[in-house]
Design a protein around this ligand. Structure first.
Ligand code: ATR
Length: 273
């Protein structure tokens, strides 16, 4: 029996157990997936416990995405550039392999919308926190031209240097309307919606406004974007696609069904609303 879990704090509302158990059940695999609350500051001790308890794979969410790196004995290039991991896999020789599947999760979610050819594509990305880092890495690697806007401009400049191999532009969030004119799409990674706020947008004229958040926190921003003529999409498919990448690492390359898990998540969010 393969023992898997997601760790974080808070963790009660995590959709990861639903996503992974949907796949484990439909594929008839001998595995379990639970959610475990691990408070900040207890990351390393918890990982030692999980080793003794025989866990073979962990998803990692806030506030542990950086702290787990102290226990990683192997890290992917994506983890090194992003500075955070969301997937740990127990190695047969001992220790943990750290991966970041948020980056391929974003490109897979955008590919579902027909966005596959990124070379020369102009992406306006909003926010320079933890969620932005994986997105920057993924789209820089894919060949996009990024303009990164953030309330605190210095943070934008800093993470571009850390997460991207190529040169991109940055600026203050207040310049959104100016840069929007040349953007093919906008990706919002800010947590503005969690405070019930939204970032004012100029007219979208049918372009894509992609929000990495989902559920209630995403709603005010997506409703405003739709009213301004943007085609909108929330981050739920990205969540499912990053989970699929983790699943594939743990189950020998098995590619699980995105749609079945996505529809289970949508139903669960509707029940909670
Ligand atoms: P996460 O890990 O979800 O990205 P974070 O690291 O706290 O969370 O980053 C939050 C991001 O949302 C930051 O870019 C933040 O802007 P600052 O760097 O200027 O703080 C942005 N953000 C949060 N609330 C916002 C608001 N009301 N308007 C605009 N940007 C906001």
């Amino acid at each position: 029996m393969k023992r898997l879990a997601v760790i974080g704090d808070p963790i009660g509302h995590s959709l990861s157990p639903l996503i992974h158990m949907t796949w484990i059940d439909t594929l008839g695999l001998d595995a379990s997936y639970e959610s475990i609350r691990v408070p900040a500051g207890e990351t390393e001790a918890a990982l030692d416990d999980f080793t003794h308890e025989g866990f073979t794979g962990l998803n990692v969410t806030l506030p542990h995405k950086q702290a787990v790196l102290a226990k990683a004995t192997r890290t992917s290039d994506a983890v090194k550039a992003i500075g955070a991991a969301n997937t740990l896999t127990r190695l047969s020789e001992g220790g943990w392999q750290a991966d970041n599947t948020d980056a391929p999760g974003l490109t897979a979610a955008l590919a579902r919308l027909g966005l596959t050819d990124w070379v020369g594509m102009k992406v306006l990305m909003l926010g320079a926190g933890g969620a932005a880092r994986a997105g920057l890495f993924a789209l820089d690697q894919a060949g996009a031209e990024i303009i990164l806007l953030n309330r605190t401009v210095e943070k934008a400049e800093h993470i571009l240097g850390e997460c991207c191999a190529r040169q991109h532009r940055s600026g203050p969030l207040d310049d959104l309307a100016v840069h929007s004119a040349e953007a093919d799409l906008i990706i919002n990674t800010t947590s503005a919606g969690h405070g019930g706020n939204h970032i004012p947008l100029p007219p979208g004229e049918g372009r894509l406004f992609y929000d990495m958040s989902y559920g209630a926190p995403a709603r005010p921003q997506l409703e405003h974007a739709a009213a301004q003529g943007w085609k909108t999409e929330d981050g739920l498919a990205m969540l499912v696609c990053q989970a699929a990448e983790s699943f594939s690492i743990w189950f020998d390359g098995e590619r699980p069904d995105i749609e079945v898990a996505l529809s289970a998540c949508r139903t669960s969010l509707e029940q909670d609303a």
